[in-house]
Design a protein around this ligand. Structure first.
Ligand SMILES: [Zn+2]
Length: 263
């Protein structure tokens, strides 16, 4: 046992905060200014040498055992190992000489972070009692769910609804993306369930492994209500050969598409 009498450096406690980010902020990366309440060394605090350990930071105990006397050293519980205790402190200052202070910290959030991830900023946590190393600021990311775009890893999924007339005739539509609106072409004869892949319109990988895609799921909307005029127009087309389902050999069903995109 024993060891040197030097007091060990104390470390301040870590400070944990949550940070809400929108999908757009996650896609582009963002610099956030965050208000935090940190414990900092208070002004006007005076210290004196710890009487329990005489400033050693450790207390030694001599224990009688069958093998003779043994000396064991342990961290001084009065000063927590710093060798100093508070002599005088102003009101509002806790008994470690720290006071809560509002601080604005600038956090650089890289693109591609995800819900539940933790960013760590060394030395931005609470200061240490008696002047040691400050703790870390631990920032937990909370992703605000986007109304339009669903996230699947680095890919983004958008559900597009088009009328069956547009699906048959073809059209062009605007869809939202994290980099603004994108115009896409719907080919004539597009089937419901088709997935269009917008390459590179997803999220940048946090570790630099490229960029995800945006997948546009095409849902062909079937009218739920029809006027008698609309009904008779559709009925006049009912027997037309072009309106009979006839998937070609190359056309993939739902399970084939799922295998292709997620397999
Ligand atoms: Zn002590």
């Amino acid at each position: 046992g024993g060891g040197g009498g030097r007091s060990r450096t104390r470390k301040g406690s870590n400070l944990r905060i949550k940070l809400k980010l929108t999908l757009e902020e996650i896609a582009n990366g963002v610099e956030k200014k965050i208000k935090v309440n940190r414990l900092v060394q208070a002004d006007g605090v005076t210290f004196k040498t710890c009487p329990a350990c005489q400033g050693q930071g450790q207390v030694r105990k001599v224990v009688n055992t069958m093998l003779g006397q043994m000396v064991s050293a342990s961290t001084c519980s009065s000063c927590g190992g710093s060798g100093q205790i508070i002599d005088k402190r102003p009101p509002g200052v806790d008994n470690s000489g720290l006071v809560s202070k509002e601080d604005v910290i600038s956090v650089r959030v890289p693109a591609g972070v995800g819900d539940g991830m933790q960013l760590s900023m060394a030395g931005k946590g609470n200061e240490a009692p008696g002047g040691g190393v400050p703790g870390d600021l631990l920032i937990q990311i909370e992703e605000v769910e986007d109304k339009m775009l669903k996230r699947d890893g680095n890919n983004l999924i958008y559900d597009l609804h088009i009328s069956f007339i547009d699906a048959a005739l073809g059209t062009s539509v605007e869809v939202p993306s994290v980099s603004g609106k994108v115009r896409i072409k719907i080919d004539p004869g597009t089937q419901s369930g088709k997935i269009l892949r917008l390459r590179g319109k997803g999220l940048r990988d946090l570790n630099g492994y490229g960029t995800g895609d945006q997948l546009v799921y095409i849902n062909v909307w079937t009218p739920k209500r029809l006027t008698s005029e609309e009904r008779s127009k559709l009925e006049s087309l009912k027997q037309s050969p072009n309106f009979q389902p006839s998937p070609e050999a190359g056309e993939k069903g739902f399970f084939e598409r799922m295998k292709e995109y997620f397999g």
